[in-house]
Design a protein around this ligand. Structure first.
Ligand SMILES: Nc1ncnc2c1ncn2[C@@H]1O[C@H](COP(=O)(O)OP(=O)(O)OP(=O)(O)O)[C@@H](O)[C@H]1O
Ligand SMILES: [Mg+2]
Length: 164
């Protein structure tokens, strides 16, 4: 199996998990994030930005209205995209198509499953599930050959697949 199951007991843990995840990501990574409204996707991206040493990570906001926000202060550029407001089969602006296929930067998309057809074949899908007010289950599906590194780095939060 190429999946990892993690439990985040609270908001800070999600940011911490995102941070460790971000530290493991090589340049060129594409991360597809899914989960209901308020699952914690944007806070997970904050963690990734923190892991890339992006100094402005705490102020990172959802790109819902702009489609994409890019950060250049970390160890490599980070593009944060949100598909939530995409209409069916839209023409994506060139800069977004470029970010989706980059081999130099790191690109993370919220509500990524709205448009799976545009995902690159090498990707990591992270599904965030709400268990209760504070607990979230994260299912990470690795399609980028990073499972050994991710498993080692994220072992503190690992749970058995069936456990809540
Ligand atoms: N363990 C947790 N991980 C992440 N967020 C949590 C957790 N526990 C509680 N929360 C709360 O859940 C909310 C998550 O908000 P966030 O904006 O990150 O969600 P989102 O998935 O990006 O939502 P949207 O689909 O609207 O973009 C915040 O209000 C946060 O305080
Ligand atoms: Mg969000």
């Amino acid at each position: 199996m190429n999946t990892l199951h993690l439990l985040s007991p609270d908001l800070n843990s999600t940011i911490q998990i995102g941070k460790v995840f971000g530290q493991v990501l090589p340049r060129g990574s594409f991360v597809a994030l899914d989960g209901v409204l308020g699952a914690g996707k944007t806070h997970f991206v904050k963690g990734i930005a923190c892991g890339l040493d992006e100094g402005g990570w705490a102020g990172l906001r959802s790109p819902t209205f702009t489609l994409m926000l890019s950060y250049h202060g970390g160890r490599c550029p980070l593009h944060h995209i949100d598909f939530y407001r995409l209409n069916e089969a839209p023409e994506l602006p060139g800069e977004i198509v470029e970010a989706m296929n980059t081999d130099r930067d790191i690109t993370v998309v919220e509500w990524a499953s709205i448009w799976r057809e545009v995902w690159p074949s090498r990707h990591i899908a992270v599904h965030m599930e709400v268990l209760d007010d504070n607990r979230r289950r994260l299912v990470i599906e690795d399609n980028a050959g990073l499972k050994p590194q991710l498993e080692k780095a994220l072992s503190a939060w690992a749970i058995e697949p069936a456990r809540a």
